[in-house]
Design a protein around this ligand. Sequence first.
Ligand code: NOJ
Ligand code: MG
Length: 607
Amino acid sequence: MASCLKVVGITVGVVALAGLIAGLVTWGVLASRDPVEDPPELRELDWWEHTVIYQIYPRSFMDSDGDGIGDLKGITSKLEHFVDAGIGAIWMSPIFTSPMVDFGYDISNFYDIHYEYGTMEDFENLLARAHELGIKVLLDYVPNHASDQADYFVLSRNRTEGYEDFFIWADPRPNPDDPANPQVPSNWISQFGGSAWEWDEVRQQYYLHQFAVEQVDFNFRSPAVRQEMLNIMDFWLEKGVDGFRLDALPFLMEANPVDHEGLYPHNPPSGNAFLEPHQLGYTTEIYTKDLLELYDVIYDWRDHVEEWMSGRDTTTKVLLGEGYTDIINTMLYYGNERDRIGCHFPFNFDFITSLSAESNARDFVYVILQWFTYMPQGKVPNWVFGNHDNNRMPTRFRDNMVDGLNSLNMILPGVAVTYQGEEIGMRDGYVSWEDTVDVNALNRGDNETYMLYSRDPARTPYHWNDSTNAGFSTAERTWLPIAEDYAEINLAVQKEATRSHFKVYQALTALRRTSKTLSHGEYALRALSANTLVLVRYLRTHDTIALLFNVSDGPDTVDLSAAPNLQGPLTVYTSSVESTRDVGDEIPLGEITLSAGEALVMSGPPA
Ligand code: NOJ
Ligand code: MG
């Protein structure tokens, strides 16, 4: 029997030893036990609770057939990289049949592999090999919309029985002032700019698309759609995938005209005087985003996955939610705290949306603690530093912060998420207007402004080595250009170097695999000055682990003796590449001066 003990945000299970009082044991009671006695065993964590998850952007990871586009065989050929890097699971952006308007987020067949990426057999081989290597594989699940090329849409626009209301169809909005000139159903704006409504000549109605015109929004009020979503999930679960990243969740549902006198209600103006009515942000999306009804859909998915698992001899299948929204709405993805559970976790995008090169140590502490403060008890936190939708981590922060940020990711409690390239500190690539392919940039920008919107710079191919195309492809031309800095920043160079981002990353993931302090311990986080933060992880008889990180771009002196729960002497376990401190160096618990961006991970005696 395992009893559960919740320690500030993470759950520490304690297997009751013979004779140990059953039921909940408080931390205080445990701590007061004789320390020389064998401490009670720590609960064995489920595979996902403290793993490192790596996001692969398949189009840009590895090209096996020389067409300039990454593919599944390419990924399979590089799976050892994850073993080497200490990764526990990969999640892949969509690999399904797609016209590639939004590079796979516009799926035309949810049950098959996109031809440029390979075949179903290639996928099965990838999965089998990954599992052989002990790596879990998660797929991207895109429930909000289908490609306008999907059979579902063809059937729906033709009003085929059973598919009539698979999507959100609407008649033109009557225009009392000018009856001959009806309007679009509402003022809703697509995430990629312009009206979210598109006229369909075949059906003679508008359909809704919260993203590109070619990404048609499913109608989640239709039981048939809800069922089809479960069928898709089952199909891939049966194939053996370990879970899903759930795409664009805040947009799953929109206001129902039934509640608004038969019309789709207009979103109210946001008051932003710099924007025009067709631009995203001109209105506040109260009727199109974060609707409370959508959470029940997600809770149902979780129930479904749990049901699928029960009665089967299987490892846990996980659901990871994607949604950019405020902290309250984000936390609802975990569950409603009454009777329903949701995702295993919603991605924590705070390092992307709330912190940057401008942030000081107090901002870091504030933002990190916010997650712990709002997270429901007993849930698992997670940390995301970048993805295919945002500028890369070193570009948003600074090059000299790469190791410190990767250290934070690995030393904080919970799951660490890495976007491909972060382990070697890849920066954004330069993509000219002529080479730009991202629909968001093409729709919303022009040759002057596209950089504000383009996601291409974060999607340029991975840098394996300093050969042609950074070792990514033998093609003359790759689908996006290779970033110019590949000769300097690449995996092969970093594996050779005595100090490199990759070496630091490896050391950190190795520590995570063995340190009970990191998997089960408490945390204390504090700004020692405006520039330097300290994160201390501690667990009774186990070594304490501390991260000291100067997030500023200048030197900073702090007093380490002010760090909570920390005792000397401290020994450097790993240090940022430009640090003058080396593995094994002793750090006294007193004043210390750190250079710009310097980060030290140190171990010390139990707190
Ligand atoms: C979120 C995905 O990460 C992004 O790339 C995509 O454009 C939208 N969802 C729409 O699917
Ligand atoms: Mg290829």
